[in-house]
Design a protein around this ligand. Sequence first.
Ligand code: BGC
Length: 739
Amino acid sequence: MKETELKELLNDMSLDEKIGQLVQLSGEFFQANDISYGPREKLGITQKTVDLTGSVLNVAGAEATRKVQDHQMAVQPHHIPVLFMSDVIYGYKTIYPIPLGLGATWNPDLVKKAFATAADEASSAGIQVGYAPMLDTVHDARWGRVLESPGEDPRLNSIYAQAMVTGFQDGLKDKKGIASCFKHFAGYGGVEAGREYNSVDMSISNLYQNYLPAYKAAVKAGAKMAMTSLTSLNGVPSTADQWLLKDVLRKAWRFKGIIISDYASIYELIKHGFATDETDAAEKAINASMDIDMKSPCYANGLKKLVTNGKLDEKKIDETVWRVLSLKNELHLFEDPYFGSSVEREKKSVLSEEKRKLSRKIAEEAIVMLQNKDNVLPLKPRDEKIALIGPYSTEHSLLGMWAVHGEPKDSISIEEGIKKYIPNIKVAKGTDIGRNRKMLEKLGFFSKEQIDQMISPEVIEQKNNEQAVSLAKQSDVVILAMGENALEAGEAGAKTNLCLPQNQLSLIDKISKLGKKVVLLIISGRPLVLTNIVDKVDAILECWFPGTEGGNAIANILFGKANPSGRLTMTFPYDVGQEPIYYNHMSTGRPVHNSQHVGRFVSKYIDAPADPLYPFGYGLSYDQIKYSDLKLDKEKLSRNEELNVSIKLTNDSNWDCKETVQLYFHDKVASLVQPVKRLLDFQKVEVPKNSSKEVTFMIKPQQLGFFDNHGQYVLENGKFDIFVGRNSRDCLQKEFLLD
Ligand code: BGC
């Protein structure tokens, strides 16, 4: 439709119709499948609102979306098509590893492909907007939503933001992409104590330095939508934060797209104690430039009152509706309300062999080898008797909580993957995933009967244990498949205990006493505390929720078809009491290492180390690349020059390897205390067996600045340290002067 026609349409719409465009409802209102997470209280809206609704949440599938579209267009006076928006977070039907695993690939090109293929599948099924990427910087593994983020580093997350947004949107022109709605603006990852929906309170410098860059990168990459956070930031709920939405997002970053609230977050302004009632909440949200109200009655019931009372100029509503209509028009929905979707296309697109292959490759690169004592891995199926034990051995639920469209039945279990190498592998369940009834109840999804099935009766549990131990006794190597329940991580999955469940730990104890080689596979949505396990097992692979091809990817790593190359993007704590723990923390006056003080009075714990168990950037491969000859081409750099940094990598092994070379820096003296290290750049390079390679980086002085407490980016002259290494801890170091 031409812009003039679109304007005519807007002029011709009644106030009710316009308000309808700003309301988003989920499937149950349209007699369609509803797979949304979130509270389900009665909304208190009229059928008229349902008929005039502008967008639909989490209804998917070409047939279902078509049915809803036909009906909505028929009842809408101007036959305006609805937008279908959905949580396509790390795959639609073909599920990739959880974003924390995608982060661990350090491979934005691959991640971009994952997002492009997810968009292809989703668009074939009638979805036009994906609620991703989730770009909240995450520092606290107690928070369940760390699963959804690429990790703790703002620079790395910004690179992923660009890959993910363009991955989704590049195909829009051919109707094979979906519009990207990045989230949760802003700073949700900073929730106090890692507790879900808690408040966020941080300095402006910290916000600009660590939390905002990835969202800004999404805007720069052209993301068409932004979703606000359910939380408050420095006392103001993000959903009605005029400074955040208008001054930062719209004015400073020039974001022209649609802003949508999170699930019921306009209504929750009342619960925050920020608005008196639904109408007040609607007023505060629309004045902050909020366009669409997701799943709350506030806009539907409040906006008209505000206009009638003269509290809100209808022009304000027009501006907002214009953004919604413009996206519909940009996607050519007025000409093709199904946006190229069809049952035939969907059949061909979802779970195609090509997509499964990509999912497998990404899962291989996402798996992080945390330990490999005496090179117990890779395994040799011909020479060793290998057993598979543990509750995740035959489990198909390898997708993680936020794969709302993915189906466990489509995923490859660990047993199925291993069977390609050892067709007769012996398997024992050993124990349940979790036996903590109270916690299973708190997950909020399972009925009493389901929980009864999840917790085996005591006699069966004992029998499972005995069978596992007896199988282990007959074996040379035991592969233990352990982990969290899929619903323990993800939204509302905050926990204070980050160890494996007690029943799994007891089984590890029993098996570790047999003197066999033990390889532990961990399925989890977050960093766990593994401190008490590392001495009991030989090798550990962090497999995350690895996605549809998880079992095949794990097997390929176990048997050496793929060399592990994943590197952590979130710190693994030594103890839960260290949380939040992240590598780019501020320098302190009494650092635990290199303090002028000795003994008690340094920044430490008296009952645990200050350092994590595994630092950011950490991961092993079936080789150990050597780093040497760190060189800077200048000792003194002026602002109009560039600094070249080079390092030599040597691979003496018989493994071709992919190495992620990480470059960090530290500003030694500044007018604001600076982090001990900040990631500046990285390269994932291939180093063939028995070869060496020089890797070079080019640094511009502008990259070395920081944000002050007014949100201004400043660059100060002085001495800087450069660190290059295999992770944020093990680096070579050199100094230079910016003058
Ligand atoms: C989550 C969002 C999600 C939305 C719609 C909310 O509970 O916070 O991330 O996109 O639900 O499903």
